[in-house]
Design a binder for this molecule. Sequence first.
Ligand code: BG6
Length: 479
Amino acid sequence: MEQSFSKDFLWGGAVAAHQIEGGWDEDGKGVSIADVMTAGGNGIPRKITDGVLEGENYPNHEAIDFYHRYKEDIALFKELGLKAFRTSINWARIFPNGDDTEPNEAGLAFYDALFDELLKNGIEPIVTLSHFEIPYNLYKTYGGFKNKKVIDYFVRYGETVMERYKEKVKYWMTFNEINNQQDGEYDVHLWTNSAVILEEGDNKEKIIFQAGLNELIASAKVVKKGHEINPSFQIGCMMAYVPVYPYSSNPDDLMAANKLMHRRFFYSDIHVRGEIPTYTLKKWEKEGLNIEYTDEELQVLKEGTVDYVGFSYYMSNAVTTLPDVKGNAVKDYPSAKLVSNPYIQSSEWGWPIDPVGLRYTLNLIYERYQVPMFIVENGFGAYDKVEEDGKICDPYRIDYLKYHMSEMKKAVLEDGVDLMGYTPWGIIDIVSFGSGEMEKRYGMIYVDKDNQGNGTLERRKKESFTWYKNIIATNGEEL
Ligand code: BG6
């Protein structure tokens, strides 16, 4: 039996362009959908404004100024021992309005310099094409991905960057957490996944599925083109896997969990298998959703299947149909509700912490698809304190990561799943996506900036930095 991770295992760190770069209007960059999202707070949702408005606080505009400081940060990543760095390309840097016919050379040059710097330091770039950075104009003029025209703009963008960086980037993903837009209550995901805002009287289910299918078609077209551009490209999908457990052994709870998982699997089933699953076709038929697609598009889905499944893992959910348990109602199964799992604690933001769920998820996906997987996000958002002597002790983060990585190790070494790598989220402190806060910190490198935007932006190593450095250096043997 294997005793440790393979020597090529990609130990890394992950971020997204809009949460780290800043320079939101520099060198010809257009406005992206992240640029019109205000700062919220713990429990306070972010607002989406109609364009960039005077007097609002938009935390992504400066973020942590990686745009100007990437060399200094990459030097720290090298010291940490990272073998891979996951980031995204900000689409609006390359095609400022999304529908431009020619790309913005200054934007392309920035990512040339960034990838060169990573490679020079022995760090493999892992690149997401669309991580909540759709050009704002594609919403304003076309209504986002519910409009099929946007498929072509995404393909033009994907082809442009894959051609440009074909000698520098081997690992790609198309849409970040593409399935998030299924999460009914939190409409901001429809915005960040698809640049869609619902209007009075809209059929929400129809729009969710139409926009999602259009993205899946766009993804398949780009995967196909990418493989033509460079056959050694590894192109993955990117899913938010939040496994749903039955709360009780009541068979109805098990069935409810299964139906909720269909809402996630719809996306990865198409990405990996190239076909719209029958459970979805039945649902569309039953609800009369009239989702539009052509035979040619169905063929494209088959021809553009992904090489691996990239996914984020933060938490698990539980569902029940038992009448005496309180929870939030869900669609797709009569009287089902999402409920708290009594065996699991939560973070200060109410996110359930479930390391065993990561092992379960790795097994679940591998059994379903039998393709390599890549954990491209996992981590713990927490408030950190700088001690008087300047130290930042974060044992809670080390614990979270240690338990998750140990479960990951069991999945690889004991269960035999095929895992390419692990890039914990927010390797350096960045702007939180959900809350827009700086103080919901995931990093192993501290950034001196608070929720109001005050601070020197100075970088400092946390205790977790030294801990993770040792994990990488020993290839996970210390876990
Ligand atoms: C994932 C996203 O949903 O979770 C990231 O891909 C995000 O962009 C991360 O930052 C953590 O969420 P949050 O809201 O704590 O930043």
